[in-house]
Each structure stands twice: as C-alpha cells, then as structure tokens.
Design a protein around this ligand. Structure first.
Ligand code: GLU
Length: 505
C-alpha cells in the first residue's frame, strides 16, 4: 500500500480560523492514522491579499494544537520557476495559451455578461491567436496571462471520497488563468504542481473547493501527472443553517482561545464539525482521534457550529484537567483582567497567549493592586473553588476576584432574605468570635464546617441567617462557593478582617 500523504496548504490571507483548524486536523488525522505524512505548504502567491503576521499565526497555532507537520513548510513564493516551467510545458503542447486581453476589456466583457445574468467567463478571444501574432505581442512586451485551454463539450467525472460521484460539464468551466500578469502562478496551477511533486495521495479540503476540482483534474491530465484522491468536507453552518459568517475576529482560532476555551476542547469540538464516531462518545484526546478517525464517517451535509456544544465540551475538559494544569492555563486570564501582574521570570513564558497557556508557570504570583504575593499552591486552591462550575477560563477571574482583593458590596446584601439587619449583625458577631478561637492550622473547609455547624446546632440557630452574611462578607457576591471553602482558602487573618469590616458596615 502506498503511504498516505496529506497536506494543509493555507493562504496567508488571514489568521487561522476554525474552518482551517478543522481541515488541518482532518488531514493530520488521516495521515497519522495510516502512519503517513502530514505536510504544510504556504500558498503565498497572491501578493495583493497577503496579511502581515498570518504565516506566523498559522504555524504558531498549529504547533500550539500539537498538529505537528512533517518536514519543513514549503513556500510557494520561493518556487516560481517550477510553476513557470509547468506553464511553458502546457503552452508548448498546445494545452495553454497566452492571453493579452487588457483588464479593461475583461471588465467590459464581464459587465455585459452580468447584465445578461450570465456567469462571468472569458470569451476565449486569444485562444486562437496564430503563433506569429503571439510572437509579435511578446516582442512588443504586451502584458499577458497564461490560460488553460479548457476542453470543450466534455464531462469531467470523479469519485469524491465524501461526496461520491461528481460530474462537471467543461463548457461551464472558464479558461482558467494559470500564470498572472505579475508572473505569479494562480492557486490552481501551483497547488496541482506541488501536490503532484510531493506525492500527495489525499486532498482533503472545504466543500467550497469542489468546483475547482475539475480544473485541477484537467491540469493533472494535461501535465501527465497522477491525480490524488479528493475528499471535500462539508461547509460550516450557523445554527439556522446559513453559511457560517466570516465576521472577522469571531472565527479566528486564537479568538476562541482568548475567549477561554482550552485547546483540547476546541480541537475536540472541531472534530465533530462534520465527523462523528457513530456512537455516544463525545470526548476524544488527540491520540484517540488518530485511532478512531475515518473518512467514511464524515458527513456530506453541512456542519452546524453550535457554541453551546463548545461550552459543554470545554466544561468537560476543565473538570478533567489536573488542578496544576488548569492553573497554568488560567494565569493568562488573570493577567489580562488586571488582577495579577505579568511574570516573565521563566524563559519559557512569552507574553502572548500561546506563550502562557499551559506553560509551567508554577511560580509565586503577584497581585497587581496590592503587590501581595500569592503562592502557586494558593492559586491552585483558588482555581479549585470554581473548577467544577465554570464553562470557560474567562469566567475564572471574575468568579474568584474576591480572593485577590477586598470585596465591595451593598450592606443590604449581607442580610439573608428571611432575616433582618439586627439578626445579621448578631450573626456576624457570633461567627467572628467563634472563628477567632479556631487555630490557624484548623482553618480547613472540613474543620470549619464541623465547628460552625456544631455551634449553630448547639445554640439552635438558623443556618441561613448565620451563614449567608458570613459568605457575603467574605465574597461580596450573591453566588459563590460555600463559606467554609472560601474561608479556608482566604486564611484566618483575611477572614477575620472581612467579617469585622462587615460588622462595621
Ligand atoms: N490555499 C487554499 C486555501 O487557502 C488551499 C485549498 C486546497 O486545499 O487546495 O484554502
């Protein structure tokens, strides 16, 4: 069996988005499942649409998601001669031709076609220029493009591994430009030449490329090259089944990381955009994906992008992570929210998100406002109070802010719904005096709970009236983890201070 070779060939016209991550993941999985190769190629031949920083973003993001590519990435802009040669070969064998039509003429032509509600296509004016006419124009240095001589009245058929048998009438296909007037190849020519040269066996890409595939098949044939197999993965859809909007910023992968999704969770979510194992399982590590992935289980119909599902998966991953790891992922968001100060003491930690997330920070942290030092162990304890609850990492700083700074709240909040100000004051007083006598080393959630509950029982007190104000005094929040858990993490000194402040209130 020939070794499977897949490729991911992004154009650096923007940052890696969710659709691109899915394509990269599927290609990675298909290759790795079959012990084949997964290659990265940068299709940077469209100089007008080049976006600064896009290449770095794509490579950094793939690395961050551990979608390791084999070999060094290939840059098409460094291979212009290869494409020129291929185009020349086509011209020499009469399968491509020089076109000297001006952009103005083409625009006029297309406008006419649009007015008649016809598809905009080249009218083949230069297709039958004589050799002499061509030589003349070239001699006069008239700008030109090279076009493919699309066969007429033929049908191109192929078996797509996902979509099944597909047919295209060549009459509906344009005489595709292969080399642009700036001498750069178009995507079609360059990708065919490259895929053949590296021996790609499977081209897996978004459905939006399906209509380009017959052009590629013709090119393989004309260049005498072996065509790979094609697999077109379904479009991404909004929940209302409209095409997923490309609102910039909303679908970039790093934006999702910024929103507090864990990379493993995002990858797991992306896996399910068009694929499922055919059973109930929903959580897959990258290794499990490699084991389970198969082209046969990719759906034909569009894949709905459902953020609630992403939230759910992310929650699952947050619960499953060790505290250690989760805390390492969380630090970035506390710095972003201005709660902690940036730390770059470790050479491994870089200021950008992918430099922070999941890195072994494990150093003391500094609270930005007060300069107080928080040990990494303490930070872990703080994270533990919300680990079972939050859906995204961005929720953590807000939910745990009160551990780092004095809470602010309206004094009315201290009063439980079935109590009044007087009873509340008494309750705070009782709890304060009780906790004051408890030894620092007994300030654990279990111990505190035991002592306070025993006291409440012994004195026939009401739980809500007494515990509610304690919790609010410590957290300043309507909702939070229980008072004993919070007290244990805060420590005796801070607890007593906050209770005292509440009493003064
Ligand atoms: N450069 C194309 C893109 O940006 C590659 C399409 C393909 O996989 O052939 O998606």
């Amino acid at each position: 069996m020939t070794k499977i070779i897949t490729r991911f060939p992004p154009s650096p016209t923007g940052f890696l988005h969710i659709g691109g991550l899915r394509t990269a993941l599927y290609n990675y999985l298909l290759a790795k499942k079959n012990k084949g190769k997964f290659l990265l190629r940068i299709e940077d031949t469209d100089r007008k649409r080049y976006v600064e920083g896009a290449i770095e973003d794509i490579i950094d993001t793939l690395n961050f998601f551990k979608l390791k590519f084999d070999n060094e990435p290939v840059f098409q802009s460094q291979r212009l001669n290869v494409y020129k040669k291929a185009a020349q070969k086509l011209i020499d064998s009469g399968l491509a031709y020089y076109c000297f039509c001006t952009p103005e003429r083409l625009e006029e032509l297309h406008q006419k076609q649009r007015n008649l509600k016809k598809p905009t296509m080249y009218d083949k004016k230069c297709r039958d220029l004589t050799e002499q006419q061509v030589a003349e124009q070239l001699k006069n240095e008239v700008p030109y493009v090279i076009r493919l001589k699309m066969p007429e009245n033929e049908t191109i058929e192929f078996d797509d591994l996902i979509r099944g048998h597909v047919k295209f009438a060549t009459d509906l296909l344009d005489d595709q430009i292969l080399i642009k007037s700036d001498g750069f190849p178009t995507y079609h020519l360059a990708s065919v030449v490259d895929d053949a040269e590296i021996g790609v066996t499977h081209v897996m890409r978004g459905e939006e490329w399906l209509s380009s595939t017959p052009k590629h098949i013709i090119l393989y044939k004309f260049l005498n090259l072996q065509a790979p197999q094609f697999a077109h993965v379904p479009l991404l859809l909004n929940p209302d089944r409209s095409k997923l909007s490309k609102r910039v910023g909303d679908v970039a992968v790093k934006d999702y990381l910024e929103k507090g999704y864990l990379p493993e969770a995002l990858l797991n979510f992306v896996l399910f955009l068009g694929w499922n194992p055919g059973d109930e399982r929903e959580i897959f590590s990258l290794d499990e994906m490699v084991k389970e992935f198969s082209l046969e289980k990719i759906n034909k119909s569009g894949a709905v992008f459902n953020v609630e599902k992403l939230d759910w998966i992310n929650g699952q991953y947050i619960r499953r992570k060790s505290l250690e790891e989760l805390a390492n992922f969380a630090v970035y968001f506390y710095i972003k929210e201005g709660i902690l100060k940036p730390i770059f003491r470790s050479a491994e930690v870089k200021p950008e998100l992918t430099g922070y997330m999941g890195q072994n920070i494990e150093e003391d942290l500094v609270v930005k406002k007060s300069g107080e030092i928080i040990s990494f162990d303490k930070f872990k304890m703080i994270i533990a109070t919300e680990k079972e609850r939050v859906k995204t990492l961005t929720e953590l700083p807000e939910a745990t802010k009160f551990f780092f700074q004095e809470p602010e709240y309206e004094k009315e909040m201290l009063v439980w719904k079935k109590a009044d100000m007087e009873k509340t004051k008494q309750a705070l007083d009782l709890i304060y005096n009780l906790l004051k006598e408890i030894d620092e080393k007994d300030f654990t959630a279990d111990m505190l709970e035991k002592k306070v509950m025993e006291f409440i029982k012994a004195n026939q007190l009401d739980t809500g009236t007494n515990l509610w104000p304690m919790r609010v005094a410590l957290t300043g929040r309507q909702k939070s983890p229980g008072p004993f858990e919070v007290a244990a993490v805060l420590g005796k000194e801070k607890v007593l201070n906050r209770l005292k402040k509440a009493m003064e209130y």
